[in-house]
Ligand binder design. Sequence first.
Ligand code: SF4
Length: 201
Amino acid sequence: MVERVERRFDLRPRRLAGDTAYGAVRLLKWLVDRNIAPHLPVWDKSARADGTYSRADFVFDQERNIYVCPGGAKLTSTGNIDQGHIVYYRASKNDCSRCSLKPKCTTATARKLTRDLNEDVRDRVRALADTEAFEQSRRERKKVEMRFARMKRILRLDRFRLRGLSGIRDEVLLTATAQNLRRLAKLLCRAPPSQAASCSA
Ligand code: SF4
């Protein structure tokens, strides 16, 4: 869609907002490579719900290309890449077997972490989440999504009655027109406070 809009209208967004479904690392990278700020929650399934240490509890040292665990031990990588994008970091069996934190860390003989090749992109996008610009995008996204929700629930666009692309195009166009007329009527009817009573009567 971004490419199509650029081709047709010579427009490229400076930021893109969406929900977690759009937060996969491949899309984040695609956007960052095109200088489009991804105002998206990062899709990250590394968090653990059982109270044991998640990957976020380990500190990545970019310079040395290692993770440092909560016990201060190093997790190193062989540099091998699995499935084209996953790198494994492993603690040493010696460190883990002597560690008092092991019950909170792993049931295996040594802890292993995975890191995506583009994890630095994820980190950059996570950092955006605390900015005012991200918050502004979130508010604007909610406004837009509200319109779609109303189209579905109130104007009953939860299923199409016509078939085929042109039928669907007509149906969506008519629904959007009806919605805009509703909004227009509301705006026109917005009288100054003193006259509001007579307008709604
Ligand atoms: S079990 Fe291993 S990886 Fe986990 S905290 Fe202890 S030394 Fe670090």
